[in-house]
Design a protein around this ligand. Structure first.
Ligand code: ATP
Ligand SMILES: Nc1ccn([C@@H]2O[C@H](COP(=O)(O)O)[C@@H](O)[C@H]2O)c(=O)n1
Length: 463
């Protein structure tokens, strides 16, 4: 049975009658206690359970499987000299300006961000820079150099799933939508249109225009962030880093147990979103009690123990973890919503809003424009009936954070210190569509906020 789900034998509503608010609890502690919670033992196989603190464990419990035969060196052949890429002094990255080895050559010994020895460099034309091209200086782009190195955007690391993922054709674009690398396609079609109108017959102008537009776009959002989000995209991303992060393999195992294209049951699914300390824990608990519903959270309990591992990873890996959590959560929602109303504390909008805000800089005007594809809900992820965005006056939010008294995460500290980051997250939430968020001013008292929320639920959800 789903963690936290109420077993039900009779149709809703049973228990306390809906819309009669129950007394409000303090809130806050419950949700936070989830960071590092024990895994759902039923879902995680015995040999895949990890200790609570990530620092206790950094290597797979079992020795890694041998590389597939086609990657093993021929008998009698000499192993390559480890780490042929020159390193910048004191850095894990190759020195800026160093050249990549030829395709098919053997890669260096493991050095945290590089793949296991014996894996092969991808062929030219893949997402990696062409062989012989100059490597960017570490930290030079929004995704930083790590995002360009294998293990993050390189080929899937290993395993039969990797092979299956590689063989599968890329997902077909939705009607009217560009294929996977939408950012490029859109960017270049925009340039071509502008070129046709304003630069016809003047190739020099076109050249300059192209350079400026492309550079500007890449400083804002790396292409991978713009990829059309789907379960497969995130599986591939996790698979690529599974060689060095065993927890990624465990997440993939859980994902494989979730049926694809989950369908909602007959009861409403209501999601609560917002910055930290806006009152999500408090209000979700109260709504759950009032409606006699089921309360679920993202990331779900069975993977939340690995949050600290992924929170320290580059954005693309971190977000693939949270996105995978949303797909696992979807299967919990699908099941629970056949039994009772489902209240969800964070879901896809959180993953998207924090990704967009992290990968951009500057003011809200610098975010991708309203109606951009990045604000769309993934086609293959179960949709809720209603998404409520709790917003609170910034000073009040700081007071609540202090009152909560828990240690701040790195991201929460950044939210507090960096006004622009906070504004970008909130504005990204507001720009999400299909479904869009209904904004709720959560600054008033807990009782008033609950009343407003229950009215909105009554208005938008069929009971
Ligand atoms: N309407 C309200 N008025 C005053 N205080 C509130 C209100 N709602 C919540 N609080 C208090 O603010 C603090 C943060 O609330 P809560 O934990 O519910 O927020 P949250 O959005 O779940 O935070 P996080 O995302 O960090 O888990 C708690 O101490 C809680 O008691
Ligand atoms: N669906 C989700 C859920 C969470 N995140 C990330 O976690 C942070 C908030 O976690 P709390 O437990 O403090 O609420 C949030 O800032 C996101 O970075 C996510 O990306 N997607």
């Amino acid at each position: 049975m789903i963690a936290g789900a109420h077993p039900r034998t009779e149709p809703f509503p049973a228990g306390p009658s809906p819309f009669i608010p129950v007394p409000l609890t303090q809130g806050g502690e419950g949700r936070r206690a989830f960071r590092g919670a024990a895994p759902c033992s039923g879902l995680v196989p015995e040999d895949r359970r990890f200790p609570r603190r990530p620092g206790e464990f950094r290597f797979p419990l079992a020795p890694p499987p041998p590389p597939p035969a086609f990657l093993r060196p021929a008998p009698g052949s000499r192993l390559p000299v480890p780490c042929p890429l020159p390193r910048a002094p004191g850095s894990r990255f190759p020195a800026p300006g160093s050249r990549l080895p030829a395709p098919g050559s053997l890669l260096p010994a493991p050095c945290s961000r590089l793949p296991a020895p014996c894996s092969r460099l991808p062929a030219p034309g893949s997402l990696l820079p062409a062989p012989g091209s100059l490597l960017p200086a570490p930290g030079s782009g929004p995704g930083d150099a790590a995002a360009l190195l294998p293990g993050v955007t390189g080929p899937p690391a290993r395993g039969p799933r990797s092979a299956a993922l590689r063989q599968r054709p890329p997902p077909a674009p939705a009607p009217g939508q560009h294929r996977g690398r939408g950012a490029d396609v859109r960017l270049f079609s925009a340039v071509r249109r502008a070129g046709a109108k304003g630069t016809r017959g003047n190739p020099d102008v076109r050249k300059k225009f192209l350079t400026v537009r492309v550079a500007k776009h890449w400083r804002r959002l790396p292409r991978e962030v713009m990829d059309v989000p789907s379960l497969e995209t995130f599986q591939v991303r996790l698979d690529r880093c599974a060689g060095r992060i065993p927890e990624a393999e465990a997440v993939l195992d859980l994902l494989e147990k979730c049926p694809e294209h989950q369908k909602k049951g007959g009861f409403p699914v209501i999601v609560f979103e917002g910055l930290d300390a806006t009152g999500k824990t408090t209000v979700t608990q109260a709504v759950k009690d009032t409606l006699n519903g089921v309360l679920l959270r993202s990331p779900p309990a069975c993977i939340s123990q690995w949050r600290t591992v992924f929170d320290d990873e580059p954005t693309l890996v971190k977000r693939a973890f949270y996105a995978a959590g949303n797909y696992i959560l979807a299967s919990e929602i699908a099941k629970a919503s056949t039994q009772a109303p489902v209240i969800v504390d964070r879901y896809w909008h959180s993953t998207a809003a924090y990704t967009i805000a992290t990968e951009t800089s500057g003011e809200v005007q610098d975010l991708p424009p309203v109606q951009d594809e990045v604000y769309q809900w993934p086609e293959d992820l179960l949709k809720p009936d209603l998404v409520l965005l709790l917003t609170v006056d910034p000073d009040e939010r700081v007071r609540r954070l202090q009152h909560r008294g828990l240690q701040k995460t790195k991201e929460e500290a950044e939210l507090e210190a960096n006004n622009l980051f906070r504004q970008r997250v909130e504005e990204s939430y507001r720009r999400m569509v299909n479904p869009a968020c209904q904004e709720v001013d959560a600054s008033p008292s807990k009782e008033e906020v609950l009343k407003t929320v229950l009215q909105l639920i009554k208005k938008h959800c069929a009971f």
